[in-house]
Design a protein around this ligand. Structure first.
Ligand code: HEC
Length: 185
């Protein structure tokens, strides 16, 4: 485990914001590695819709699909540590689909936002079949907010901040999609 942790820390140097290392005392955190995302398109998935979501830096129009690595046990009040959810937004020909993810990392990670969740942007760079983690952490780095229609990216870190919108679903453990409402699962 120690090797894996130092490896992911080394990969993150220079790129990751507010990276909190694995806590061996609690043992209750899950640090997703790039390899954990590789086959996300084979996970349970839901077609979410294609209308734009209102709000500063929100989700512009484009077909959206949500993938989850495993559904929580019936009756759960939270998504278990280790839950990985990816949302793909496909604006159609000419633009690479945008893949955003949230992973239940646990502990007190992101304590002031979507508690326990880490945010990700993953990409298949230049058509590479391997998914690459572009950024991870508490908030998108400058220039990496949600892409607006036509491929522009938000120019500051506040626009498209993941925690702000997802706070609206704090009673569903910060998960917004209507297919993933805990009390209905
Ligand atoms: C303007 C509001 C808004 C912002 C900002 C936002 N989201 Fe979302 N997100 C939503 C909504 C609404 C859904 C439900 C699915 C849908 O309608 O697209 C959602 C769904 C998701 C999902 C699928 C799991 C779920 O909660 O349903 C992921 C993963 C996700 N968003 C990641 C992100 C990331 C990463 C960021 C920051 C880069 C972000 N979101 C910022 C509104 C937002």
């Amino acid at each position: 485990m120690r090797t894996l942790v130092s490896l992911s820390l080394a990969v993150c140097l220079g790129g990751c914001l507010d990276y909190v290392p694995y806590d061996p005392d609690t043992g209750k955190t899950f640090i997703a590695l790039q390899k954990d995302f590789q086959n996300f398109k084979s996970w349970e998935s839901y077609l979410v819709g294609s209308d734009a979501v209102a709000g500063t830096g929100g989700h512009p129009a484009g077909q959206r699909t949500v993938y989850i690595n495993r559904l929580p046990p019936h009756g759960s009040t939270h998504f278990p540590v280790g839950t990985m959810i990816v949302k793909v937004r496909d604006e159609g020909p000419g633009l690479e689909p945008e893949n955003h993810a949230m992973v239940k990392r646990g502990g007190d990670f992101n304590a002031k936002g979507a508690v326990g969740w880490e945010w990700f942007d993953i990409d298949f760079v230049d058509g590479d079949p391997e998914a690459t983690v572009i950024w991870r952490g508490l908030t998108p780095p400058v220039g990496h907010g949600y892409r607006t229609m036509g491929g522009e990216t938000a120019t500051n870190a506040t626009t498209g901040d993941c925690n702000s919108c997802h706070a609206a679903a704090s009673d569903n453990d910060f998960v917004m999609d209507s297919h993933l409402v805990l009390k209905d699962l």
